[in-house]
Structures are given as structure tokens and as C-alpha cells.
Design a protein around this ligand. Structure first.
Ligand code: SF4
Length: 359
């Protein structure tokens, strides 16, 4: 089988190395590269990766680090849209590397540029106010570029509400991509009535006239991890630990958010666990690598997954992949470089700058 057809390919010698040997190689490469290297690790990455990250965070925090670092090499351990965002935000002299190029976010792949353009045009025919597209950070650079060209913005789960308020202050109505649930939860939490909200299925585009009275139309995309939680999980958690706090990510479906005590971004979830009193039990409805890590880091609290759900795309990156790309840098070879065409990057940057300013 050719290299191109194998996901997460590394030379065979890396498959045969022990975890200890790989860890030593990564430590050595980091010490040799010093400030020339910044490793960014998303909270959903494996522990074997997170222990080597210079910064760990959610997508907003890591975007800020990517925009602010002077390092020559940014190794982004996450999924592809995050590495693309780093490539858009950093300077042309910097190189962004993704240890597993094939680690794509399924949700981000649910919205294509042509679909978004035709939806935008369809809504423009029935809305007298301007259509302001807002895309979740979990989208391709092509979608971010489209949004930037139309005067819209990127948001994360931390600042979606702020961006929605910004769009309404402009006198516009919102086309939100690609996560139905984050869009729905944000709109309803802001107090919008359900009838102000429409769901656009790009696989069966509806008659835009059905959405004439909507103030927000959300794309019918979803996260495989977070849509897997259900209200029975919350009921079971409450039955097992009646005093526990239940917090879920806003990518969860609305009934799960309503049944829980709180919902919030990854950064908010971490803050809630930090601030919970000693001896507290907290159930968390998000990716289980983060939940397990929180449980380890707060030994005087019990942090439990609402149910065990892992992101297969995030889990693709293993120590052997990190070691392989870092060894390449020591040898003067940049492996698995992520780049975005200049015209796409320029437009995407417009939308990302709004996120960084307003967020
Ligand atoms: S957890 Fe969900 S949104 Fe995040 S990368 Fe995985 S599939 Fe995408």
C-alpha cells in the first residue's frame, strides 16, 4: 500500500519503538529546538501528547497562542481545521505542522463552500435584513473565507453569544454553520423564541420561504461525540449521585442541555471543576480524554464522564507521529505541513480577526 493511502503513516521503525523511547526522542527534539518550536495540544488529545504541549487549550485559546507565538515551527496536535486556523493567523515565515494530516473533524466536513453560498443566496431572497454568516471555529478554511467575504465572523463555543449579539447589533439576521446544536443552544439561551430559529438541511435544501420570519438559521451539522449524550445519561447520573453537578458542552442536543445544571465551553467546564468544592462530584458531558484528565488533576473531587465518548479524530495523533515530525525538524525536513492558499487565508483572516477582537 502506498504511503498516501495509509492514515497516520510513519516509517516502520517508529511503530516498533517503545513509549519510553518515543518520549525520550520527543524530549530531546524539544530541548534542541528550544524557542524555535511551539507545540499546541487540544484538550481532547491523548495524555501522551498533552504532556509535551507547550500550551494546551480549547480552539479559541490555541488560536490566540498560534497568533502570538514567534516560534518558527508550530506543531498543532488537534484536528485539521485547527491547524488551518493557525496557518491563517501566523506569519508567512512560520511553518504549521500537523502530526497526522488525516485527522479531520467530521463536523467541519459537513459544510462545503458551494452549499453555504447557495444557502446564503436563498436566504437573501426572503430576508430584507442583511444575512450575516457566522461560522463555528470547527469549519474548513474555505467556509471561514466565505464568511469573511460576506462580512461575517468566526466564533467558538466560548464566544458564540457575543458574536450573535454583534450580528444583531449590525441589524442583520444570522446564518450559522455548521453546528445545529451550538447555534440552537446559543439562540435559545439568549431568549429568542423557538419560532425565530430555523434548521437548514443542506442535503435536502428546503424552500427558503419557510424561513422568512426566522432571525437565525442553523446548519444541520453535528459533532459525533456530543450528540451521543442523551437525557437518560443525565437521569442515570442523578440517580447514581443525587448531589452531583452535571455540566455539558453546548454541542450537545438541546434536551440534554436543558436536563443538565450547566452548559459551557471546554474552558468553562474546566473552570467549573476547578471551582467545585472539595469532595464534590461533577459529571461532564464532553470528550472523555479531558474528563479523565480533570479527574486525575483534582484528586479531591470526583469528575466523571456523563458517558464515555471519545473523538476518534483527536485520538489519531500518537506519540510516534509527534516524534516523527519533530525528528524531521532536527534533520532539516518539514513533514506534514499545513498550508492555506493566500486568497483563502486573506478572507478567512477577516472572519477570524473578528472572533479574536469580539471574543
Ligand atoms: S469532538 Fe466533535 S467537534 Fe471536536 S473534533 Fe471531534 S468530531 Fe469534531
Amino acid at each position: 500500500m502506498s504511503r498516501e493511502r495509509r492514515i497516520g503513516w510513519v516509517p516502520q521503525e517508529y511503530n516498533e519503538m517503545s513509549p519510553e523511547e518515543l518520549a525520550q526522542r520527543v524530549s530531546f527534539a524539544k530541548s534542541q529546538l528550544g524557542d524555535r518550536l511551539t507545540i499546541l495540544g487540544h484538550h481532547y488529545q491523548r495524555d501522551e501528547i498533552i504532556r509535551f504541549a507547550n500550551y494546551r487549550g480549547d480552539s479559541l485559546e490555541l488560536s490566540r497562542h498560534a497568533a502570538n507565538t514567534d516560534s518558527e515551527f508550530i506543531v498543532f496536535c488537534g484536528v485539521n481545521f485547527m491547524a488551518e486556523t493557525a496557518a491563517v493567523l501566523c506569519s508567512p515565515e512560520q511553518v504549521v505542522i500537523q502530526p497526522v494530516e488525516e485527522a479531520l473533524c467530521p463536523m467541519a466536513e459537513m459544510a462545503g463552500r458551494h452549499q453555504a453560498e447557495s444557502t446564503y443566496q436563498a436566504l437573501s431572497t426572503v430576508w430584507s435584513d442583511s444575512v450575516i454568516p457566522i461560522t463555528y471555529q470547527n469549519s474548513t478554511a474555505e467556509i471561514k473565507a466565505f464568511v469573511g467575504e460576506q462580512g461575517g465572523a468566526v466564533c467558538t463555543s466560548s464566544n458564540a453569544r457575543g458574536l450573535f449579539e454583534w450580528a444583531f447589533d449590525q441589524g442583520g439576521r444570522i446564518l450559522f454553520l455548521p453546528d445545529e446544536h451550538l447555534g440552537t443552544n446559543t439562540a435559545l439561551d439568549m431568549g429568542l423564541p423557538e419560532e425565530a430559529l430555523g434548521v437548514w438541511n443542506p442535503l435536502h435544501p428546503p424552500d427558503p420561504a419557510e424561513f422568512a420570519d426566522c432571525r437565525i438559521v442553523v446548519w444541520k451539522g453535528f459533532c459525533w461525540v456530543h450528540t451521543g449524550f442523551d437525557v437518560e445519561d443525565v437521569a442515570q447520573a442523578r440517580a447514581d449521585h443525587p448531589d452531583a453537578l452535571v455540566i455539558v458542552h453546548p454541542e450537545c442536543p438541546r434536551p440534554v442541555v436543558v436536563a443538565s445544571d450547566l452548559s459551557g465551553s471546554t474552558a468553562r467546564i474546566i473552570q467549573v471543576v476547578e471551582q467545585a468544592p472539595q469532595g464534590a462530584t461533577v459529571y461532564v458531558g464532553t470528550e472523555c480524554h479531558l474528563v479523565d484528565r480533570l479527574n486525575d488533576e483534582y484528586p479531591n473531587k470526583l469528575v466523571l464522564p456523563l458517558s464515555r465518548r471519545a473523538c476518534g479524530s483527536m485520538a489519531m495523533t500518537q506519540l510516534k507521529h509527534l516524534s516523527y515530525v519533530l525528528d524531521g525538524l532536527l534533520e532539516g525536513e518539514t513533514r506534514n505541513v499545513v498550508s492555506v492558499p493566500d486568497d483563502v487565508a486573506r478572507s478567512a483572516r477577516l472572519a477570524l480577526d473578528k472572533m479574536l477582537q469580539i471574543g
